[in-house]
Ligand binder design. Sequence first.
Ligand SMILES: [Zn+2]
Ligand SMILES: [Zn+2]
Length: 346
Amino acid sequence: MIAAKGYAAPAPKEKLGHWDFERREVGPHDVQFDIHYCGVCHSDLHQVNNDWFPGIFPMVPGHEIVGKVVAVGSEVKNFKVGDLAGVGCLVDSCRTCENCKKDLEQYCLNGNVGTYNSKDKQGNPTYGGYSNTIVVDEAFVLHVSDKLPLAAVAPLLCAGITTYSPLRHWKVGKGHKLAVLGLGGLGHMAVKFGVAFGAEVTVLSTSPRKEEDAKKLGAHKFVVTTDKEQVAAVKGYFDFILDTVSAEHDLNMYLGMLATDGTHICVGAPSEPSPVRAFSLLGGRKSLAGSGIGGIAETQEMLDFCAENNIVSEIEMIDIKDIQTAYDRMLKGDVRYRFVIDIATL
Ligand SMILES: [Zn+2]
Ligand SMILES: [Zn+2]
């Protein structure tokens, strides 16, 4: 086994601290890379708090992982020692079901293996990127361009692909009016991609103080959703709403902003169910949809697109010892726009 050190939550809702553990030996198809940076995703906090399902503890969160390859197995074809590498939310899947065969490993019918808080095919718990090194099958390791600042690439592995994938799936681009609901880690990436794809992008936010930032990120318009007049002005306006909000919110109000045949796409995951009135949908043949991260091939496509178009996340670098403060600030929406842990501080 390979000795690893990490930062773990010992039990649900408890503070994270140093924890020594082991990674598996590098198998014939495995890549081992030393982690340089790991993004802090809202779902890390949800899982540490057991918000979605009972977790596996101790838990080493983190699924926005980038670093440099230090070992490869004998059968590995696409990576060599010294390459930059990344891992997102998945480290394995069944690879044989209909969805896996279509490069949709995120929807694996037999249950994929999450990067942390999951069990691998041998039944061992997986541990994420708040750690110094990781061993992953090369089929789930991404190539990272050296053209982009590495720390700012990390959030692309979850926040990036989570917003890129639905915009590509629904072919959002020129001639479309896209609303991005929420300007956080996911939302700010959605703005960048929406603009890059040629859509007219409007940010919908409860806080007027985010307008200046939204415009800086490239958004064309800004609507304060607590302002009745501004909300009335965009009734029936948008072709798509990309909903990145993980807190409770009234879907019916936003469905009213969709044009006929418009689609509201949920990518955030509030802990509680959100009631929807049928009238919110049938008056205008509207669709309520969802999208979860993206497959491995599409994640590589997204990283390549970002390298070509010079797109990265806006980040605030933190020391690992400040993770609790980062969680508190993330809950208050006080982050521009993604915390990234400098793993050298571990
Ligand atoms: Zn995430
Ligand atoms: Zn599968």
